[in-house]
Design a protein around this ligand. Structure first.
Ligand SMILES: Nc1ncnc2c1ncn2[C@@H]1O[C@H](COP(=O)(O)OP(=O)(O)OP(=O)(O)O)[C@@H](O)[C@H]1O
Length: 791
């Protein structure tokens, strides 16, 4: 792309006005500034910062922070309405589902009571999977392709679930593959879906917890052979599943370990892996054992009116740091020592806004932009709760005092790392992590043998422990603080049932903290599931300001699918040429599309890594760690990296294809521009995806000039495409079809959808679209649509 015509862009620091909070004096904020390279030059103007004007009310506590009581607040996002998600509301979903006309789908409609009964009857570890939709007919399971996952997941949202008493067929390769794909895709789906909430009760209704009804509520540098070993391992594992063995959906690696012997004899695959896996486990063990080792606070019930505080920024840019130092708050000296060692001196704006409230014992729902220190904001006061808690007599089952729930494994690990940093000098307080993809037994041992006042968990694995770990439920009854990180996502339909189950397992008398960079109105309305009625809503994003960072340049390119791979390559090449310290995230729509794009970029000799739900957890952890520390690297990823992951100094985020919704666009973009740094975001769409721009029209996304693709580049990309494995293209095609089929706009017209899918197929260099199993097409509601090939 020719970018040389345009001036470079530099962002300037700017001062904020003085706050009225007595302890906190705001000075001009110093931001790290780096020149914007490549795409800055496509814009013939300098970024202008609009001065922000806010009404100031004397009763406010923090500048630039809107705080409100729980009751009666609706919109804080200016003119923007509800997010557009894959399946936006129940009525639309209903219409959409009725279009599918599949008898097997109808066959799946059963009742929740049945499923509970089924659980009681006991299906061993299978019950965790039941939670996520395995209560269905075997025929459905057989037909489940990964790309049909969205269909199933969406369908589940509206129907009660019931049991399947029939076992999986034992020897069908197709079944194994579909099952594997379905399980793997689930995490990607969960990662990208958000905002799909159907409950529309007013906050503060009688259902609220406060009213006592809580429960109602470079691939080229990859380890040689690793990939194929992983796949072989998965095949073996899933084959084992169909023999009637099972595990929780997040626990693939765990099952491999626990049932390794059995599977080894069945398939022989694990013979190749024994050593490697134990090495992985040791690494993981080390990771999790690195560190060491609550007063019950109840709100006074005071109502706080909405407070719009000015945090004016004469320079225009938003600041992530306040002028308030941590030692100005009532934090224990030992915590302060840890904070100092971590290099934190001043609080970020969200920390300044929420810390006093949380220390007072209030339930808080907080919204703050990506990369502005929300993790410390909830961890630090939680640690203080532990500090103030009297020691307990129960040595056998010491209580867990703080429970932090994160939607992804990477995020949970990251939060635990941050907790350990803060706990550096608290020798008797320990944090433990429980996440899918690791051995349940290992976690059980760790939680028993080490201090574990703070537990960070992903929902599925936590639920597994609640149901399967002796004494765990008792330990959870000690919880004084419950934190939902990425709260809007956790309260979304993909996680809702798990979260409700977890909430039921912790005491009603607790403090609850909900944090996210996006809080759609729907989430506010259902927050009573977790929060007390008199909770505080703290919004650090000023009215009239965007949910994204001003120092992140956002652009979109609209081009036909056939050009996307060449464009992606051209954009990356330009960026690499412009910035030796490049660090790029390329988001793709699904795990299999991610794999195919990673293959392609690897063939083009770019220094890439890939991460998605189809990768083993040990691999994901390694790649994630590597990317965190690296420069000069491109991470091709599905939405497992969309939220919360704190990779420092990401220079560019590229989103290829339709993001699941507005929230997901914001979170993905938020991997760059963290801690006040600059960054760039490019959204690459086709003309028929352009409608998405209307859902983010309040964000400063400008149209980038169309990069020129010279014939040589085109040829190079075509040659590289020819080297991408056919089976990866086939899987990408099927996944692509499934993803867009579940989009309520693109998936509405099935004939058009198939035309577009075949366009995607051609863009991968295929003359004919790959054939898809008949059953899968049936599940997707795509039987007899012209243009599809059936196998
Ligand atoms: N007071 C502070 N001073 C300096 N750096 C801080 C401070 N608090 C947190 N950080 C750092 O800021 C970075 C971003 O923090 P964090 O990941 O918690 O952001 P976040 O708001 O949760 O982002 P996201 O919305 O993407 O999850 C981290 O590297 C963290 O260590």
């Amino acid at each position: 792309m020719s970018t040389k015509l345009f001036p470079r862009l530099h962002l300037l620091s700017h001062p904020f006005p003085l706050p009225s909070f007595p302890l906190m004096k705001l000075q001009p904020s110093i931001r790290q500034s780096r020149p914007i390279h490549i795409f800055s030059r496509v814009f013939p103007f300098k970024l202008k910062y609009a001065s922000m004007a806010f009404s100031s009310r004397p009763s406010q506590t923090f500048q630039g922070v809107r705080r409100s009581s729980a009751v009666g607040r609706s919109s804080e996002r200016g003119g923007f309405g509800a997010s557009k998600s894959l399946v936006e509301d129940e009525a639309e979903l209903s219409d959409w589902v009725s279009d599918l006309k599949t008898s097997s789908f109808r066959g799946r409609i059963t009742s929740d009571e049945d499923s509970d009964e089924d659980r009681r009857r006991g299906r061993g570890k299978d019950r965790d999977r039941d939670r996520d939709g395995d209560r269905e007919s075997p025929s459905l399971k057989r037909g489940r392709g990964r790309q049909s996952y969205e269909l199933r997941e969406s369908s589940e949202r509206r129907r009660p679930r019931g049991p399947s008493t029939e076992s999986y067929p034992k020897s069908s390769r197709n079944v194994s593959r579909f099952k594997r794909e379905y399980e793997d895709e689930r995490e990607d789906f969960r990662s990208r879906s958000s905002g799909r909430v159907f409950v529309r009760e007013n906050v503060g209704s009688s259902i609220g917890r406060g009213r006592g009804t809580r429960e109602t509520n470079s691939r080229n540098q990859q380890i040689p052979g690793r990939e194929s070993l992983e796949r072989g391992r998965r095949d073996s594992k899933y084959r084992a599943r169909f023999t009637g063995e099972s595990e929780s959906e997040e626990d693939e690696d765990e099952e491999e370990e626990d049932d390794g012997k059995r599977r080894r004899t069945k398939t022989g695959v694990r013979d190749f892996l024994g050593d490697e896996d134990s090495a992985d486990d040791e690494d993981e063990e080390k990771d999790f054992l690195f560190g060491k080792s609550t007063n019950t606070l109840f709100p006074s019930g005071e109502k706080v009116s909405e407070m719009d505080r000015p945090r004016k920024s004469p320079g225009g840019s938003d600041s992530y740091l306040s002028e308030t130092r941590f030692d100005q708050c009532s934090i224990s000296p030992i915590s302060l020592k840890g904070i100092k060692d971590a290099g934190y001196e001043k609080m970020t704006v969200v920390q300044e806004a929420t810390l006093p409230l949380i220390l007072k014992g209030k339930d808080v729902l907080a919204k703050a932009k990506t990369g502005t220190g929300k993790t410390v904001a909830f961890l630090l006061p939680s640690i203080e709760v532990v500090v103030k808690s009297p020691p307990t007599g129960d040595q056998k089952r010491p209580p867990i005092l703080v429970l932090v729930i994160c939607p992804t494994r990477e995020l949970a690990t990251q939060a635990a790392n941050e907790a350990n940093t803060l706990l550096k000098y608290h020798s008797t307080i320990g944090v433990q992590v429980v996440i899918g993809g690791t051995r349940l037994a290992l976690e059980q041992k760790r939680m028993q043998a080490n201090p574990c006042q703070i537990l960070v968990a992903t929902p599925g694995r936590l639920k597994d422990h609640i149901e399967n770990t002796a004494g765990f439920a008792t330990r959870l009854m000690g919880v004084k603080v419950l934190v939902l990180d990425e709260a809007d996502h956790l309260l979304d339909m993909g996680f809702r049932k798990d979260i409700e189950r977890i909430i039921a397992a912790v005491p009603k008398q607790r403090q609850t903290l909900l944090f996210s960079a996006t809080v759609p109105d729907e989430v506010r309305q259902i927050s009573h599931i977790a929060l007390r009625r008199d909770h505080e809503f703290v919004n650090t994003i000023q009215e009239g300001s965007e949910d994204t960072h001003a120092q992140v340049r956002q652009m979109h390119i609209v081009a036909p699918l056939e050009k996307h791979f060449s464009l992606l390559y051209a954009i990356l090449k330009e960026h690499i040429a412009d910035d030796v310290d490049y660090k790029v995230l390329v988001f793709c729509t699904t795990a299999m599309v991610t794999r195919m794009v990673a293959d392609l970029l690897g063939e083009l000799n770019l220094n890439i890594r890939e991460i998605h739900s189809r990768k083993a957890q040990s691999y994901r952890t390694k790649v994630s760690d590597e990317f965190r520390k690296s420069k000069g690297l491109i991470l091709v990823t599905s939405d497992v990296s969309a939220r919360g992951v704190d990779y420092p100094d990401v220079t560019l985020v590229i989103q290829v294809g339709l993001p699941a919704d507005r929230e997901q666009y914001i979170h993905r973009l938020g991997r760059t521009g963290r801690k006040g740094k600059e960054g760039q975001g490019i959204l690459l769409l086709t003309p028929w995806e352009e409608f998405f721009l209307s859902t983010v029209k309040d964000l400063p996304i400008s149209k980038a000039p169309m990069p020129l693709i010279d014939p040589e580049t085109k040829k190079k990309v075509d040659r590289a495409l020819a080297h991408v494995e056919m089976k990866n293209k086939e899987a990408a095609y099927q996944a692509w079809l499934g993803y867009y089929n579940s989009n309520k706009t693109v998936g509405r017209d099935k004939y058009r959808l198939v035309e577009l899918a075949n366009e995607f197929s051609r863009s991968m260099g295929l003359d004919n679209p790959p054939a898809i199993p008949k059953l899968v097409l049936g599940k997707m509601g795509l039987k007899n649509i012209p243009g599809l090939r059936v196998k």
